[in-house]
Every structure is written in structure tokens, then in C-alpha cells.
Design a protein around this ligand. Sequence first.
Ligand SMILES: C[S@@+](CC[C@H](N)C(=O)[O-])C[C@H]1O[C@@H](n2cnc3c(N)ncnc32)[C@H](O)[C@@H]1O
Ligand code: SF4
Ligand code: SF4
Length: 300
Amino acid sequence: MKLSSFAYLAAFGVKTILFRQKKPILGTVIVTDKCNLKCKHCSVNNITAVVHPYEQIKNEMRQLYDMGVRILFFCGGETFLWKDGDKTLRDLVIEAKEMGFLIVNVVTNGTYPLDLPEADLILLSLDGDREKHNDIRGDTYDLIMENIKNATSDNICFYMAINQINKDTVKHVCRTARDTKNVKAVSFNFHTPYPDTKELALTKEEKAKCCKDIKDMIKEKCPVFNLKSAFKYLINNDFPTPCHQCVVIEDGKLSTCGRCIHEEGLCEQCGYFFVAEYTLLFRGNIKIIFEMLMTYLRYI
Ligand SMILES: C[S@@+](CC[C@H](N)C(=O)[O-])C[C@H]1O[C@@H](n2cnc3c(N)ncnc32)[C@H](O)[C@@H]1O
Ligand code: SF4
Ligand code: SF4
């Protein structure tokens, strides 16, 4: 990260903590909900299957920028399915950088060739070893690994949603992140139980076991892009929600924190690590502040 970007984000953090501000800094644009997969744990694919037009996405990016957002995520559906005429996802990333976003990340299922050198991080969903990943995501593991090998940049971070199916493969994914070319890190979430995927939720004890596995892997020098200090809050689901510093925009509709904010009662069961990490950070949790500084400077 550039020193100027770091200074900007640090100043935002200080102001937010001191004045208890609720302004956003992290924004997500949903470019489409169309997807080529139908993962067992996912409730947000192919609801409309509309690929939003370039001008609309550009306006949404501008809207987020004008609100103060400087860390931008492109998400879906499957982001690599986005195109409009000759414009591709890569053009959106370049445009976001030119607009002034300091960090631009893309979330993908990794089933399309990875050519996004301008992105700071490509969050690539890997949901276990070959067997468990394919159980959840269809027969895609080998294709994804091939795409990672052939990626044009080394800015890939695995993104694993831990649930009842893959909970015993956390260590495997950590070691794969450490030992795979072009992969910088791994970042986790716990399954957030939408009404149609409740059975995949983890118990408190299972979450505690996963966090222990992640801590063991950090000791084994695996590159984990999460904050250990947030684990106890994630296990107990007692972090503040929603995250007021995060917004998401989908087809012109702006939501605080996530699209899931509209699901009644879901925030109390939230499994998204970024929510715990950001809400605790902006409440001035000293351990989180220190760990976040070290972690972000290492991976971005
Ligand atoms: C909705 S997908 C969109 C991007 C892309 N299609 C992908 O799979 O990475 C974004 C991330 O959300 C995760 N996810 C989906 N449903 C979830 C849930 N109920 N709880 C936690 N993570 C979930 C996916 O595993 C994926 O890592
Ligand atoms: S690839 Fe992503 S959007 Fe598509 S079904 Fe899986 S988790 Fe959902
Ligand atoms: S706190 Fe609520 S809105 Fe935010 S990610 Fe979690 S479930 Fe979604």
C-alpha cells in the first residue's frame, strides 16, 4: 500500500473512533447476481441474473466514492461474467483506480482465467480440499487450481466460507495458501445462515475449533489475512452489527453493511469476519487496531 493511502485510511480511522462517526470507507458494488455455479451454501446467485450495464456500475462507483468510500470490492454473482460491449471486469478495476479508490478488490469463484493485475487482491473462493470444495461448488477444484497457476499476477487471496461440510479442512486450505504460487494469503468467514441454508451453520464449539485450527496454522507460518483478536467475538457472535463503515450497492439499491441486512434476525448470527474486524476496529479496540495495522501492511 502506498504511504499516502495508508495515511488517508489511518486518518479516517482516527476520526471515526474519536468522533464516533458512521461514515463509510468500504464499499461493494454487485456487478451482477448471474452465476455459472450453484453452491450449496449460497442464497444470492441468479435471483435476477441481470448483468448491470457499464454506465450504471460507473455511476454506482462514483456514488460510493462521493460518500467517502476508498476501499472498493466488486462482487456478484460471478464477477468474471460481467461485461458490457468491449468492457470487461478488468476495465472496471482500472476505472476504479483512476477514480481514486485506494484499494480495489475482486471476489470470484476462480473458474475463469485470472488476468487482473491492477486489483489489489483477488479474493478467490476455495471451500476446502478437492473433495469438500467440489461437494459444495461442483466439480471446479482442478479448473480453479489451473487458473491460479496461469494467473498473470500473484495477488490472489483464498476466501473460504466455513460450514458443516468443510469445517475439517481449514488447515488444508491454510497450507494450500502457503504453498501455492500466486497466492498471497487466505481469509475466512463462518457460514451466515440465510433461511434456506440454516443447516450449514456451525455451533459455537465448532467455531472455536476452527479458530484454534487457524491459530495453529498461523504458528506454522501460513498467511492468514484475518485478525486473531476478533476470534473470540466471532465464536460468541457478540461483536457489534451491522458495520456502519461498510456499504453495498446492487442495482441502485444502497444497503448498510451487506445485502443480508434485509434478512430479519440474520445480523445476530453473522459469520462475516470483516464485520467483527471493522466494527471492533472503529470502536477503538486497541488489540484489533494493532493487529490490523500489521496484517494490512503485510498483505496489501
Ligand atoms: C456470493 S459470492 C460472490 C463471488 C463469487 N461468485 C464467489 O463465489 O466468490 C462471495 C462470497 O460469499 C461467500 N458466501 C456465500 N454465501 C455465504 C454465506 N451464507 N455465508 C458466508 N459466506 C457466504 C462465498 O463463498 C464467496 O466466498
Ligand atoms: S460461485 Fe459465488 S455467487 Fe455463485 S453460487 Fe457460488 S458462492 Fe454463490
Ligand atoms: S452484520 Fe448483518 S448485514 Fe452485515 S454482513 Fe452480517 S448479516 Fe450481513
